[in-house]
Ligand binder design. Structure first.
Ligand code: GLC
Ligand code: CA
Length: 543
């Protein structure tokens, strides 16, 4: 599988071991369960998996609070189970990315237990310890999850910094010993055969060395799609992304590259200033293989806004750089709930036809919706977790079959989070039998992308048919041309298209035929047209 740019052709699927398949009837997904389900992912067309954290952890933040970087949480299995999983995935040509949570550990990590034990402990400086300001925190920085980004340790009388929960103390990336210890973590997982990493909070770990206060934000300042009122009451100038963050990523990449094994890194860079975001590729493309591209998720959901977003991202890519697209993940509201009804199909079409690696979130291929989690079942500590919009609601178990347990776990076992409300119909078994289901639409779409060089690596150009209601674009290589036409309107629409052959419709699995002059689309229907008649290949005569 040697190919340094394999990820350009990949279709990546985000999955949580905890939520996928439970093999031993304890209500918790595990590695043997996930391994058993690999054929499903292979048949779907997925070529790479990104696994959420599966390390030993008190699970205060679903495993993003790591207590041991180089082991498997026993509730998910053993290191041998992990190796068997990686081997089985590789045998199916599926690559595996694991999660590197480098900004912070759990407060139960032995490093932190040592660090907090006394002011002169050798690991004191592995974390960020400061004096308070007359009984108050060292500065006004806030935790992403609410409250101050500092907590007082009564024992030693100093404050430690935490970008997230107080149970997630920040590591001190300006301590060379800590950096070496983290590079060893990278080596450990490379030695286990992984194909790369998703780097958590990749822009967070370097902050202003002078630790200046952030200025207050104007009243109307708010992030594009998420209500984080307290955090957004300041402009975040000093508490992320100090320029030396780039050096840290170069160090990482060097270790990854030293294996000569085509591993890749994708960093969670939650930034919306495009030049700043793009700087995480590095001046020589020597930092992250790609910063995660959340711009589609933040865009208004209408054709002109989406077109502007897509073009802006592509224009800002450094020469030679490659991007990715995503519309759902474990931190966001399920896309079938977030988008207008029926638009989850349009989202799939968009993701799988843009120039950049698509990242899919498990269960979105079924149209799984946000689930209302009762307060007594909530797991996520982030403030709004008891509402339907909390993160738990997007993390419910994968739905395999109708009936209790939904094929995720044994029928009489209570799964770690409740099942989705419509799990009797929104599941793999039921949808497999329905040609028009969301699942079968995904299967067709993935197959088309995997079979089309133009959709994977062709140029991107907006088509003149784009307007207020229609998003239309072309993807082309020398030999192949595809046109994507998406009707966002609630009414049917006739769209001017010179010529092509329908090879895909989001609604009608049997739609086909030659189009000349215009095509008629149903309310929120999207299609792919090929310049070539189906079944033919090779160079086309010039227009
Ligand atoms: C990232 C993860 C999120 C987690 C946070 C803290 O944003 O995606 O799930 O809570 O980091 O580790
Ligand atoms: Ca289990």
């Amino acid at each position: 599988m040697s190919d340094p740019f394999w990820y350009k052709d990949a279709i990546i699927y985000e999955v949580h071991v905890r939520g996928f398949a439970d093999s031993n009837a304890d209500g918790i997904g595990d590695f043997p369960g996930l391994t058993e389900k690999l054929p499903y992912l292979h048949d779907l067309g997925v070529t790479c998996l990104w696994l959420l954290p599966f390390y030993p952890s008190p699970l205060r933040d679903d495993g993003y609070d790591i207590a041991d970087y180089t082991a498997i949480n026993p509730i998910y299995g053993t290191l041998d189970d992990f190796r068997r999983f990686v081997d089985a995935a590789h045998a199916l040509q599926i690559r595996v990315l694991t999660e590197l949570v480098i900004n912070h550990t759990s407060d139960q990590h032995p490093w932190f237990l040592e660090s907090r034990s006394s002011r002169d402990n050798p690991k004191r400086d592995w974390y960020v310890w400061r004096e308070g300001r007359e009984g108050d925190p060292p500065n006004n920085w806030l935790s992403v999850f609410g409250g101050a980004a500092w907590s007082l340790d009564y024992n030693t009388g100093q404050w430690y910094r935490h970008t997230y929960l107080r149970e997630q103390p920040d590591l001190n990336w300006r301590n060379p010993e800590l950096v070496e210890a983290m590079l060893d973590v990278v080596r450990f997982w490379m030695d286990q055969g992984v194909d790369g990493f998703r780097v958590d909070a990749a822009h967070q770990m370097m902050k202003d060395p002078e630790e200046r206060d952030n200025p207050p934000a104007p009243d109307d300042y708010q992030r594009p799609w998420k209500d984080m009122a307290e955090y957004d009451s300041f402009i975040h100038i000093y508490d992320y992304g100090h320029p030396d963050v780039h050096e840290a990523h170069r160090r990482f990449q060097e270790v990854v590259d030293s294996y000569g094994r085509d591993a890749m890194t994708i960093g969670e860079v939650h930034l919306f200033d495009l030049p700043e975001w793009a700087s995480y590729y590095g001046p020589e493309l020597d930092e992250l293989s790609m910063p995660f591209n959340f711009h589609l998720m933040a865009s208004d959901w209408d054709p002109p806004s989406l077109r502007a977003t897509i073009e802006a991202v592509l224009w800002h890519l450094p020469p030679g750089a490659w991007t990715n697209w995503t519309l759902g993940n474990h931190d966001e509201i399920r896309l079938a709930t977030r988008l207008p009804k029926g638009h989850e199909r349009l989202a799939a079409l968009l993701l799988l036809t843009l120039p950049g690696t698509p990242f899919l979130y498990y269960g979105d291929e079924l149209g799984m919706e946000q689930t209302l989690i009762p307060a007594d079942r909530a797991r996520d500590p982030w403030g709004f977790n008891v509402s339907s919009l909390g993160r738990d609601g997007a993390r419910t178990p994968m739905q395999w079959a109708p009936g209790p347990g939904s094929g995720f776990t044994t029928p009489w076992v209570t799964p770690w989070l409740p099942l989705g409300e419509r799990s009797d119909t929104v599941n793999v078994e039921h949808e497999s039998g329905d040609p028009g289901s969301v699942l079968n639409m995904y299967r067709r779409l993935l197959a088309i992308r995997l079979g089309s060089p133009a959709l994977r690596q062709g140029t991107f150009m907006a088509d003149p048919a784009s307007d207020e209601q229609t998003l239309a674009y072309r993807r082309e290589t020398d030999d192949e041309g595809m046109t994507v036409v998406i009707n966002f309107a609630d009414v049917s629409n006739r769209v001017a298209i010179e010529h092509g052959f329908v090879v895909f419709s989001t609604l009608d699995p049997n739609r086909e035929g030659e189009v000349t002059g215009s095509i008629s689309l149903e309310p929120h229907e999207g299609v792919i047209l090929s310049r070539l008649a189906p079944g033919t290949t090779g160079k086309q005569p010039p227009d």
